[in-house]
Design a protein around this ligand. Structure first.
Ligand code: ATP
Ligand code: MG
Length: 463
């Protein structure tokens, strides 16, 4: 009886904040998540760990998503076994990471991430022999490899809704921070002191915006309050990590809402450099909104999306500006476009916003754009067989939709793409004929102009 009481109500004070952890165990009949909703590999790994005498839980995003009726992307696990102990149980497993060690356990084609409960870090220690710094001068965590108890692990997670543990054996949820309640009330609440948690890891501000958009939740007022002031801390985050988090945001299926919210909270400045400039131009804003909307739709329909396409869109208005500039400096259109591409991509790499592996796709989408305007001879046939045609074509349609490119061009291509071979031939012949008519009109105009001026010079009326 007493044991049961302690098992159900456990109060612990987090030593690093004013967070009070109070364990509630929620039974299956209340939360309704059953074992068969969990990936069988994850269930097997949890069972094996438990049979070896350890505790093991599904944790984080998967529990949250199941409670919200969403399909989890992956099933992460947390255990009190150390990485070496986990490694010893599973033949097909390997320890990864340095700053944050965890074990990848392979099961068929599935990989489950198993992490050992983390605890709070000791304050920065200075001794005569060595200095161990756990945070930088802004309070950002530099390492996070201290093991702890289950409740300490809950407390060091980011949001209450991400700190729920599901035991596949008992089908119970272990909730230390009222995360279950927050899920039901659609509230995103950071764990502990918001300011300190953002200082430890400024990426949490981006995660707040992304998760609120993805899960259709409201930021708790105290969680939202410090974001505006602390936004500049994002500058200290290693660019590769920032890029990964931005990519998650842009491919979340809720990119448009997230980007609007990033702007509203002043988080977009200096993030992806182009967002600063482009979102402030009406045409650029329209183009980006359309690009993000179509990406969101594809993600929501489970269609593949290409980050290259997305970045080509985000940078397009910078390319247009640079392209115009190079043309006014007497460059011909195509060489001017190549100069603009080199200039903008070099600028991006310096700030390291976009890794080079996306360059090929981005460049191809851009360099194919002028070819949609040249519709004579066999050119459209050559363009349509280009391996990157589809992406470039979708991109061109977005340009039309945003008002940057003449809608007639987009309509012509839509008909051409959907036509059979015979119809395509006819369209090209019509194009040829129209071109001929234009030329003749032009020639007639020129001749009549010459005749008028000849007439005037003969009659002496020329001014
Ligand atoms: P998604 O479904 O988008 O992947 P997620 O919550 O699963 O969302 P992950 O990046 O996979 O996000 O992280 C897994 C878990 O690790 C989170 O649910 C959270 O508990 C914890 N976590 C992730 N990032 C942080 C962070 N910056 N600070 C503290 N805890 C974090
Ligand atoms: Mg996840």
């Amino acid at each position: 009886m007493i044991r049961k009481f302690f098992r159900h109500i456990f109060v612990k004070k987090d030593p690093t904040s004013n967070t009070v952890a109070k364990l509630q165990i929620i039974p299956c009949k209340k939360h309704k998540i059953t074992r068969d909703q969990i990936n069988p590999c994850a269930v097997k790994i949890a069972t094996d760990l438990q049979q070896a005498g350890y505790s093991a839980f599904i944790v984080g995003g998967a529990v949250r998503d199941l409670l919200l009726g969403l399909e989890p992307k992956d099933f992460d696990m947390a255990t009190n076994a150390t990485p070496e102990e986990v490694r010893a149980i599973f033949r097909r497993s390997r320890i990864i990471g340095r700053r944050f060690q965890l074990v990848h356990v392979m099961c068929g084609s599935v990989t489950v991430e198993v992490s050992t409960f983390r605890g709070p870090l000791p304050a920065n220690t200075n001794s005569a022999i060595k200095t161990i710094k756990h945070t930088d001068q802004h309070g950002r965590l530099l390492r996070d490899n201290v093991f702890g108890s289950q409740e300490e692990d809950a407390i060091r997670r980011d949001f209450t809704i991400n700190a729920l543990f599901y035991d596949p054996s008992s089908e119970e949820i272990f909730d230390f921070l009222k995360g279950y309640n927050d899920i039901k009330e659609k509230r995103l609440r950071i764990i502990g002191s918001p300011e300190r948690r953002y200082r430890e890891d400024p990426v949490r501000m981006l995660r707040a915006v992304r998760l609120a958009a993805k899960l259709n939740m409201q930021l708790d007022p105290a969680t939202a309050a410090p974001i505006g002031d602390l936004a500049p801390l994002l500058q200290n985050v290693p660019p590769a990590r920032l890029f990964d988090e931005m990519l998650k945001l842009l491919l979340s299926g809720h990119a448009l809402t997230s980007v609007i919210d990033l702007r509203a909270r002043g988080l977009h400045h200096g993030l992806l450099p182009m967002l600063d400039i482009i979102l402030e131009q009406p045409l650029g804003e329209r183009f980006i909104s359309l690009a993000l909307k179509s990406t969101d739709q594809r993600v929501q329909q489970n269609k593949p999306v290409s980050p290259g396409f997305l970045f080509a869109s985000l940078l397009w208005h910078e390319i247009l500006t640079a392209w115009n500039r190079h043309q006014t400096l007497e460059e011909k259109p195509i060489p001017a476009l190549h100069l603009a591409i080199d200039e903008i991509l070099t600028k991006q790499h310096k700030k390291l916003a976009i890794p080079r592996r996306f360059d090929v796709v981005i460049k191809e989408i851009w360099t194919l754009q002028p070819r949609f305007q040249a519709r004579n001879g066999s050119r459209p046939f050559r363009l349509i067989t280009n391996p990157r045609f589809r992406a470039a074509y979708d991109f061109m349609l977005l340009r039309c939709e945003s008002g940057e490119l003449d809608q007639d061009i987009g309509d012509w291509w839509k008909t051409f793409v959907n036509a059979n071979a015979e119809k395509r031939e006819t369209m090209l012949i019509e194009n040829q004929a129209a071109k001929k008519r234009r030329k003749q009109r032009h020639r007639r105009k020129a001749i009549s102009k010459n005749l008028i001026s000849l007439d005037r010079s003969i009659t002496g009326t020329e001014k």
